[in-house]
Design a protein around this ligand. Structure first.
Ligand code: GLY
Length: 349
């Protein structure tokens, strides 16, 4: 289970070369309405892309379901896709997850390339081989581990991405920094998200991807160390679901950033995560993402949501915690009082 990662600032030339390298009979391009309007025109300069069969699906996580997937399968079938056809997914995590699952399942699997166009997809969704769709309200409930042949990383796609979505993707980069090395984490702490330099960002994205790949290679199907990538996500997912239920949805990375504050607090009291690094990370997160808008009356609901987390074992809430930067402890528990203290800390710490 490994995939080639190609960093480029020349997306047209790199795609042309890639298409020569990967043998295929027919080419299919999957976009959503947004990437079809904003990213495809650039790629269409390449005749092979302009002449390929284009499938466009509606944007947004609300459409990451079986009906959209059926539409992609039907389009592939109606337009003669064979086992030797190639699919290129151009979009954010919704497109790369759903398109990856379509490729994993169509005729028991065809080759595919991911061209992530959001920061979140570049550093997380499009790499590592997780593909899938939602089942009603259950996110990514149906899916398969099936890595793309190649992931093409071009930070120039990010020119059209708004500030909040850049910050959202950056939260997963902060997570990767925390589970890698002090050097990488320090570089992230000094990156100016208000005026992002896309060339510097491209380098940080590649470091981030290497951190993820290093972990995924050891444990592609998340039996043990891949759980390190869940740092910040036990609380983060619970808050994301609560916010959606309260009809004030928040971007995934904002929930993860606040989740990181909570889980670094638990790391501090349980595993001795150092105070100075805790403070520095919290200061950065609060400056960029603000304070999460949950209140004391939401604690029971958050606790209950954490009790339903997919990663729990024997009914116990499990966290990934750190003893320091890169010092990872998976499957850690915390008791009810510690979890409520953590929620106080996220709001006030
Ligand atoms: N998003 C976490 C993982 O790919 O395992």
């Amino acid at each position: 289970m490994s995939q080639q990662i190609i960093p480029t600032q020349h997306i047209v030339e790199s795609t042309q070369q890639l298409l020569q390298e990967i043998a295929h009979d027919k080419l299919f391009i999957l976009t959503d309405q947004h990437t079809s309007a904003h990213c495809l025109p650039q790629l269409n300069q390449l005749p092979a892309i302009a002449q390929a069969y284009h499938i466009t699906i509606p944007s947004g996580d609300d459409h990451k379901h079986i009906r959209t997937l059926c539409h992609v399968w039907e389009e592939l079938s109606a337009h003669g896709a064979t086992r030797h056809s190639l699919l290129i997914n151009v979009g954010g995590g919704m497109v790369t997850d759903l398109g990856g699952f379509a490729a994993a399942t169509y005729k028991r699997g065809i080759h595919y390339i991911n061209m992530p166009t959001t920061l979140l997809a570049m550093v997380d969704a499009a790499v590592g081989g997780k593909t899938g769709i939602n089942l009603h309200a259950l996110k990514n409930e149906i899916g398969a581990f099936c890595p793309a042949d190649t992931v093409v990383i071009c930070s120039h796609f990010l020119h059209t991405l708004d500030k909040e979505n850049i910050a959202s993707g950056f939260a997963e980069m902060l997570k990767h920094g925390l589970i890698s090395t002090e050097e990488h984490w320090t570089r992230l702490m000094h990156f100016d998200l208000d005026k992002p330099d896309l060339d510097e960002l491209q380098q940080l994205i590649m470091e981030s991807i290497h951190t993820k790949e290093h972990i995924v290679k050891q444990d592609p199907t998340e039996q043990h160390i891949r759980k390190a990538l869940n740092l910040g996500h036990t609380l983060g997912h619970a808050y994301e679901t609560l916010a959606m239920r309260q009809e004030k949805p928040c971007l995934h990375g904002y929930a993860v950033a606040w989740g990181l504050i909570g889980e670094l607090y638990l790391s501090h009291i349980r595993e001795g995560f150092p105070t100075d690094k805790l403070r520095q990370t919290i200061t950065y997160i609060k400056e960029v993402y603000g304070t999460p808008p949950f209140e004391c009356r939401d604690y029971d609901a958050l606790y209950e949501l954490m009790q339903h987390d997919k990663k729990n074992v024997a009914g116990e809430i499990r966290f990934t915690l750190l003893g320091g930067i890169g010092d990872i402890y998976i499957n850690r528990t915390a008791n009810h009082d510690e979890i409520f203290e953590m929620l106080d800390f996220v709001r006030e710490g």
